[in-house]
Design a protein around this ligand. Structure first.
Ligand code: NI
Length: 258
């Protein structure tokens, strides 16, 4: 069930049987010379929608803007400040919480969303704790689609170190599957491989300013051999992530409110 394709009576009826909602979170930023700027939003949304076809869960509108300041040196990137993204997520969740939703599951497609989302969760809990406001209790969880073990296995078997950190063959594969014919054939050579220390330091898109980022990664890929990703692999990645979500979401719904 997709929220923005539903009517309010349908949502009211949904609330009588479930108080959980899945929120896809993506970004609007460059993804290498041949990847789509909406890649992270397309991947998160397509996995969440695939999940909704095998479950009765409600999927909220995709958050398509993110914290992506490090990519502003590439035309087309739109970034929120981390504080804006935190405020957006708090308002999104609080809007639904005051109607009776209690469990908010963010299915994430962009590393730069992780830290602001964790802050948003703590902000929401703090409003109910430190601030002592009489707000309904809630629970929040974020899962990036590449966190699932079954997905990770595929990524490592197919791409190895060519997966890299940005404009990854796995995310390119998913966009090729979701939007067939939208991407041109990718004849790009492998990007320069990343040192393990760099990977650790910059996980979660923990990158410095955009001028430096473009100087270090001139075509926008961060260690990723984007040409390896195929539509067929994309189909398998979406299916594996949507399948893994079933148990994780069910487990999340059992998290008690008090
Ligand atoms: Ni991405």
């Amino acid at each position: 069930m997709i929220l923005h394709r539903s009517t309010w009576p349908e949502v009211e009826a949904y609330l009588r049987r479930s108080q959980g909602v899945v929120i896809p979170t993506g970004s609007t930023e460059q993804h290498g010379p041949q990847g789509l700027i909406g890649t992270d939003s397309i991947t998160a949304e397509s996995i969440a929608h695939a999940f909704s076809r095998t479950s009765s869960a409600l999927i909220g509108p995709t958050v398509t803007l993110s914290q992506a300041q490090f990519n502003l040196g590439f035309p087309g990137t739109v970034s929120l400040r981390p504080t804006t993204l935190i405020a957006l997520l708090v308002d999104y969740i609080e809007s639904l919480a005051c109607q009776g939703f209690t469990h908010f599951y963010l299915l994430n497609g962009h590393g730069g969303n992780v830290a602001p989302a964790m802050c948003a969760f703590q902000e929401l809990y703090a409003q109910r704790g430190i601030a002592g406001r009489r707000l309904p209790p809630i629970r929040c969880r974020l899962r990036s689609w590449w966190d699932f073990e079954s997905v990770n296995r595929l990524r490592s078997v197919w791409y190895g170190s060519g997966e890299g950190l940005h404009a990854t063959p796995s995310e390119i594969a998913i966009t090729r599957h979701v939007l067939p014919g939208c991407l041109p054939p990718d004849g790009l050579a492998p990007a320069a491989p990343l040192a393990p220390a760099f990977m650790r330091l910059h996980a979660g898109d923990n990158h410095p300013d955009s001028a430096l980022h473009r100087a270090h990664f001139p075509d926008g890929r961060v260690g990723s051999h984007s040409a390896l990703g195929t539509a067929e692999q994309g189909m398998e990645l979406v299916a594996a992530a949507a399948e893994a979500m079933i148990a994780d979401y069910q487990d999340f719904l059992t998290e008690p409110l008090a």
